[in-house]
Design a protein around this ligand. Structure first.
Ligand SMILES: C[S@@+](CC[C@H](N)C(=O)[O-])C[C@H]1O[C@@H](n2cnc3c(N)ncnc32)[C@H](O)[C@@H]1O
Length: 168
């Protein structure tokens, strides 16, 4: 998977939200994306992943809450998340009716992402949530952005949402 608009940059920098113990950053690193900052709010998982991938120069691991991203403004070309936004929606009973509290929380997290992305930078969000439910919330929170999505899988689909900052 590529973030098309940043892949040509000399040293594109990526940040991965709620990395968990997924191998995705390792695989991206193998593809040539060497400058990856992984964050998760679990100290245990961050410690384990930092040990496991200690040989990978340029890849860093930080304990951080996605509600309070402690990075300078406009410091990343791409923010990637896989099924981490879903935790915000866990307590909802139905995707047809999202509570205002959850919408506010999603809004807060998305604005943290917006803050750390450079102009034209991209959010790549991988999710099982269907576009019918996810796109309106993304567009409502970030009206100046352009969003597109791609569908993957057979029968049990998942979706990759790509948002470009300030490109509506
Ligand atoms: C469903 S898992 C996804 C993990 C990984 N991205 C993957 O695809 O396997 C959600 C991850 O988000 C992390 N997480 C939940 N709330 C978070 C928050 N507020 N800030 C940062 N990470 C959070 C959890 O610790 C967990 O590792």
């Amino acid at each position: 998977m590529r973030c098309p608009e940043v892949s040509s940059a000399a040293h594109p920098s990526y940040s991965k939200r709620g990395c968990g113990n997924s191998e995705m950053s390792y695989k991206l690193y193998q593809l040539g994306y060497k400058n990856i900052v992984n964050v998760d709010y679990s100290e245990v998982v961050i410690q384990k992943m930092a040990e496991k991938y200690s040989e990978m120069e340029g890849m860093t691991w930080q304990t951080m809450d996605m509600y309070h991203l402690d990075f300078p403004e406009e410091s990343f070309d791409c923010v990637l998340e896989k099924c981490t936004f879903e935790v915000l929606f866990c307590k909802e009973k139905s995707p047809w009716e999202t509570s205002s509290e959850t919408v506010d929380n999603f809004n807060k997290v998305l604005h943290q992402v917006e803050n750390v992305l450079r102009p034209g930078g991209q959010l790549v969000s991988i999710s099982f949530t269907q576009p019918h439910f996810r796109l309106p919330l993304l567009r409502q929170s970030l009206p100046d952005w352009a969003f597109e999505y791609k569908t993957f899988g057979d029968m049990f689909h998942y979706f990759v949402y790509i948002g470009s900052k300030g490109k509506s």
